[in-house]
Write a new protein. Structure first.
Length: 439
């Protein structure tokens, strides 16, 4: 009775009329957080994942709050799981990095330094385990046919420039609209199978009694699978640490000595002929893979793992990833950096081995920078002697994780029967396509 009397005495106010665009603009300007309320500005395209609102970064106090927010997040994730997850993409990174160094396309010291810097920036920008990986098609061409440092750099600069333009103009979103989700799932499954099969191919690296042979592969595979399924131990950290011990033993047996040469940075200016070869041999084959896997697929995977940013999740936007890929190569390739991107395989591998935040990538980036600055070219010897079979096991688990994510994505499709055919055709085309990855 009392509540009925109260409603008659104090009736509820009528609902407020919808606000016009002018009123909303005035409120946004008054709050000083316009970019946080709309997705049409430049700041949200970077998707910093900061609850304080990206627009608040226009003030010094906003930057201070953002830094405190990231510092708290990183401190809360200083765990062995994050450290283990940081090593989840080593199976992809190390073989391509070493192979390109062996053919003379890059030097390991500068390449590792720049990848470490990009790791640190990515960790701060998104606070998710976003990997920094070599552009695989360019690396494959360099490994199989050879590339001069100038051609190698030109390939990365051209590829990065095109992807950067797609990002800042939001044309990458148009590409996403035109590409069905079943095709993206097919790319994830195809890339996962390709990674897993490449990891298994290292089984033939040596005999049963060799350090880099079949027995080592079996030990790492069984131990890694057991830790992933039955325990909460950092599987990648344990397997990678075992590989470091074997690499040191192999160095001692081979009589290898660390180089006393320090880190040497050089400016690479491609010639006109190298620009042309970089465009035709490196950039043109790489661009479809960069757009599909390094931007669209990795964004879809981040949404699956960390929820849509529109719903308050930490998934990344296509414009932010495209802009990041572009800037990495437009800046770093002039100074000896390896043409780099963000890949769905690396994200899946790091997530599979325990990474859940940017702290894992921050630790990995700092480690790369320290190795490059302190040891210089001495790190070449250790990486070259690192057992391939250990990297193969890491690559196998990362590939299985990525393929399973794609399979779960296609399983949720409302038109499963129709999309399965398109998905399987994409898988077959991706696996059979030459010059796409690890060819």
């Amino acid at each position: 009775f009392g509540s009925s009397w109260a409603r008659r005495k104090h009736p509820a106010p009528p609902p407020a009329p919808p606000r016009s665009a002018t009123t909303m603009a005035a409120l946004e300007e008054r709050s000083g957080n316009r970019a946080a309320l709309t997705d049409d500005g430049v700041w949200p395209s970077w998707q910093l994942g900061y609850r304080g609102g990206v627009g608040s970064l226009r003030t010094l106090s906003g930057w201070a709050r953002f830094a405190q927010h990231r510092a708290r997040s990183f401190r809360s994730r200083l765990t062995l799981g994050e450290l283990s997850g940081a090593l989840g993409d080593m199976g992809t990174l190390v073989p391509l990095l070493v192979a390109c160094a062996k053919v003379g396309s890059i030097r390991l010291g500068p390449a590792m330094l720049w990848m470490g810097i990009f790791n640190v920036i990515s960790a701060i920008q998104w606070d998710i385990p976003m990997p920094v990986q070599p552009m695989k098609s360019i690396a494959a061409v360099a490994i199989t046919h050879g590339m001069t440092p100038g051609t190698f750099a030109a390939s990365g600069i051209i590829s990065g420039g095109v992807v950067w333009i797609l990002g800042i103009t939001r044309l990458i979103d148009c590409a996403n609209v035109l590409i069905p989700k079943c095709v993206i799932a097919g790319i994830q499954i195809g890339l996962g199978i390709k990674m897993a099969s490449k990891g298994c191919s290292y089984w033939t690296s040596g005999g049963w009694t060799d350090l880099d042979g079949k027995a080592t592969f079996l030990v790492c595979f069984v131990a890694g699978a057991f830790m992933l399924i039955r325990t909460k131990l950092p599987a990648a950290l344990v397997v990678f640490g075992f590989g470091v011990v074997l690499a040191i033993v192999h160095m001692v047996e081979a009589g290898a000595r660390p180089l006393s040469e320090g880190l040497q940075l050089q400016i690479i200016v491609p010639t006109a002929e190298e620009w042309l070869h970089g465009l035709t041999e490196g950039a043109l084959p790489q661009l479809p893979l960069s757009i599909m896997n390094s931007v669209i697929a990795v964004c879809a995977l981040s949404v699956d793992l960390f929820r849509d940013p529109a719903d308050g999740g930490k998934g990344v936007t296509r414009a932010s990833v495209a802009s990041s890929v572009g800037l990495m190569n437009l800046v770093g390739c002039w100074f000896g950096a390896m043409p780099s991107c963000h890949g769905a395989g690396g994200l899946a591998g790091q997530y599979r081995f325990g990474a859940r935040g940017g702290c894992s990538i921050l630790m990995l980036g700092i480690a790369k920078i320290i190795l490059a600055l302190v040891f210089g070219q001495s790190v070449d010897v250790l990486i070259i002697h690192f057992p391939k079979v250990v990297l193969g096991v890491l690559l196998l688990f990362a590939g299985v994780e990525l393929a399973s994510v794609g399979a779960k994505s296609i399983a949720r499709s409302p038109k499963l029967e129709e999309d399965l055919m398109t998905c399987f055709v994409t898988v077959g085309a991706y696996i059979g396509g030459e010059n796409m990855i690890f060819s």
